[in-house]
Design a protein around this ligand. Structure first.
Ligand code: ZN
Ligand code: ZN
Length: 445
């Protein structure tokens, strides 16, 4: 790739200062409204946080299973149900299974007339989902329940300022001070960018000092804040079944959101989490939502942006239904959004090299989550084949999505006004600049 020396003309007037100021005002006002509402909701949140870990419904079914075990002796499969009771909906679906599902086993164990409470639970859950009942073996994965109806998740976060343009950018280095990100972005010909706000491989980070904040604000005063999308640490697992990891992750999220708040960045993007094979996906999603709720109650304004993943291993977020489930359980939906990674989507099973795959991807996102939640994209080609679940980024045009695939992405109006971030293998800022140009050149005017 020819390292094209970036011409910077046109960069600064993409968003004029005036536009930017009004945008900032708008974002701030919206966020302030939200934070006021949040304070009111805080007490409710705290109350709910106490009960969220063990919802009543789960308790009822758990007790029911315990009772059955006592009555009928030790039956290995049932013990397994007990261990994995978190997938409540699957446990309680006697009608929709094909004969060997967990639901049936729960139903079978109900030889005794269930209490009114248990009956009520079963009916309620049945109405909510139509998940296929499936036997959960140790370490086995079960998809989260599918809703019968895809009701809107609401209006989502306040819309980003409208210009109708694409803002192609890249993940840039913050070495030597986070304010250097702005210069690096210029060198990468980037109109939007992502950065790590701390060393992403360490739990601890030194506090953000006021001098850094001022320098950031000074250097970045011409940059529209919603086109900056910081990326979270890979250590963070907000759905971790390990209490210590969960606690550290929650602390990190709060710290990161506070950093964003001080820097005037309205969004914070991170990988949702992982079950690590120890809890159900449903449980994990609910834990992630609770982590977000807690962080929301401790911070103001900043929107948590969940990234879709590639379905690799036990990671959460490859299935849009998992993101939906998280958002459903986030109390303040004006502070949650989604970032779509093209490589991850492709690996998760949407073949973005084809028109059909792209349409399916768009259709599913619209139906399961809704465009109002989209806050950014990661623009990466993929080393792996579609549907192979491998999270391996490739330079644009060199992977299995290919330039034709990106032609569709770059000409989709849904992606206007959002940060479009390259996370392809980096060789130099000039390399990124030419990759940005390549993508901009396929936008139809
Ligand atoms: Zn990511
Ligand atoms: Zn990735």
């Amino acid at each position: 790739m020819a390292p094209a020396k970036s011409k910077r003309k046109g960069r600064t007037n993409i968003v004029t200062k005036k536009q930017e100021a009004s945008k900032n005002e708008e974002i701030k006002k919206d966020a302030q409204k939200v934070s006021k509402k949040l304070i009111e909701d805080k007490r409710v949140n705290k109350k709910n946080a106490k009960t969220a870990e063990k919802p009543d419904k789960t308790e009822v079914v758990k007790k029911e299973i315990e009772k059955d075990n006592q009555m009928e002796g030790k039956e290995p499969p049932r013990k397994r149900i007990k261990k994995n009771f978190g997938s409540l909906a699957l446990d309680s679906q006697p009608q929709s299974n094909s004969g060997k599902g967990r639901g049936k086993r729960v139903a079978k164990s109900d030889s005794e007339e269930p209490s009114e409470d248990v009956k009520a639970v079963k009916i309620e859950v049945k109405e909510e989902t139509n998940a296929p009942a499936k036997k959960l073996k140790k370490g086995e994965d079960v998809p989260v329940p599918r809703p019968l109806k895809y009701e809107s998740l609401g209006s989502g976060p306040p819309p980003v300022p409208f210009t109708g343009r694409k803002y192609m950018g890249s993940h840039v280095s913050a070495a030597g001070g986070i304010w250097n990100a702005f210069d690096n972005a210029k060198e990468c010909n980037s109109k939007s960018f992502a950065i790590f706000l701390r060393n992403q491989r360490q739990w601890n980070a030194k506090p953000l000092d006021e001098e850094t904040v001022q320098k950031w604000k000074e250097v970045g005063k011409d940059f529209a804040p919603h086109l900056i999308l910081p990326h979270g640490s890979y250590l963070m697992n907000l759905g971790s079944p390990v209490p210590e990891v969960l606690q550290k992750s929650r602390g990190m999220l709060q710290d990161e959101l506070k950093r964003c708040q001080r820097l005037g960045i309205p969004h914070y993007n991170f990988h949702p989490g992982s079950t690590t094979g120890k809890i159900t996906r449903e449980e994990c999603c609910k834990t992630i939502a609770e982590s977000i709720n807690i962080a929301h109650s401790q911070t103001e304004d900043v929107i948590c942006v969940l990234e879709n993943m590639s379905c690799q291993g036990f990671t959460i977020g490859g299935d849009f239904h998992e993101l939906r489930l998280i958002i459903e359980h986030v109390k303040d939906k004006s502070r949650v959004g989604v970032c779509l990674d093209t490589c991850h989507s492709h690996a998760a099973g949407y073949d973005l090299s084809t028109e059909e795959g792209f349409q399916e991807f768009s259709h599913d996102f619209e139906k399961i989550i809704g465009w109002q939640f989209l806050r950014g994209l990661h623009i990466n080609d993929s080393k792996g084949k579609p549907g192979d679940h491998l999270d391996r980024h490739e330079n644009i045009g060199k992977g299995t999505i290919g330039l034709e695939g990106f032609r569709r992405v770059m000409n989709c109006d849904r992606f206007n006004d959002l940060p479009l971030i390259l996370e392809t293998p980096w060789t130099s800022n000039a390399g990124y600049a030419s990759e940005v140009k390549k993508l901009e050149s396929i936008i139809k005017r």
